[in-house]
Design a protein around this ligand. Structure first.
Ligand SMILES: CC(C)(COP(=O)(O)OP(=O)(O)OC[C@H]1O[C@@H](n2cnc3c(N)ncnc32)[C@H](O)[C@@H]1OP(=O)(O)O)[C@@H](O)C(=O)NCCC(=O)NCCSC(=O)c1ccc(O)cc1
Length: 142
């Protein structure tokens, strides 16, 4: 499990002070980037040196409770399945004990030269496997 916290800022909210959900996606991408950096694979090096990227192909969000300007959002990212080129993640976003939203998320390793999928390089796969949580793991095809 990778965990981190992000502030819900003025600019992330509508005039009533409630979270504007497209901003949640922007913040989520930052969390994903931080996760890869924590594994030792910052995106700039992945892009420039390895010529690879990790676009999102599926994202299923469930909003359970509103977030408000000034909240501290606690993100928990779990690796649920690792395919040939795909990676299934599960996000839980909370304010204190209250779950605000959850997401099932699939990204795919791709080549920036061909814009097609790429098998996870062995070193990245090994680092991802270290985070795999088998208790609720599922086959990536499901
Ligand atoms: C990712 C793709 C190149 C994959 O296409 P292909 O090369 O033909 O691959 P395949 O169809 O063989 O599928 C490859 C894998 O992806 C999986 N896949 C592909 N599409 C899907 C969808 N829609 N749902 C679920 N799984 C999918 C598939 O199951 C394969 O999994 P493995 O068995 O584990 O390998 C293509 O689907 C694509 O370009 N999709 C658009 C992606 C996109 O534009 N997303 C929008 C957000 S951009 C983004 O998030 C981002 C960009 C850049 C960054 O640096 C970071 C983030």
């Amino acid at each position: 499990m990778f965990t981190t916290s992000k502030p819900l800022r003025f600019g992330d909210c509508d005039p009533s002070g409630i979270a504007y959900f497209p901003s949640y996606l922007d913040i989520l991408v930052g969390v994903l980037e931080d996760f890869f950096t924590s594994l030792g694979f910052p995106w700039r090096a992945m892009n420039e040196v390895r010529r690879m990227s990790v676009p999102t192909v599926r994202l299923d969000l469930t909003f359970r409770s509103p977030g408000f300007q000034g909240d501290r959002l606690d993100f928990a990212l779990a690796v649920r399945a690792i395919g040939r080129s795909s990676l299934d993640l599960e996000h839980t976003v909370s304010r204190g004990d209250t779950v605000l939203w959850t997401a099932r998320h699939r990204i795919v390793a791709t080549s920036l030269d061909t814009n097609t999928s790429l098998a996870w390089p062995d070193d990245i796969r090994a680092a991802l496997t270290h985070h795999l949580e088998t208790a609720h793991a599922h086959h990536p095809a499901t």
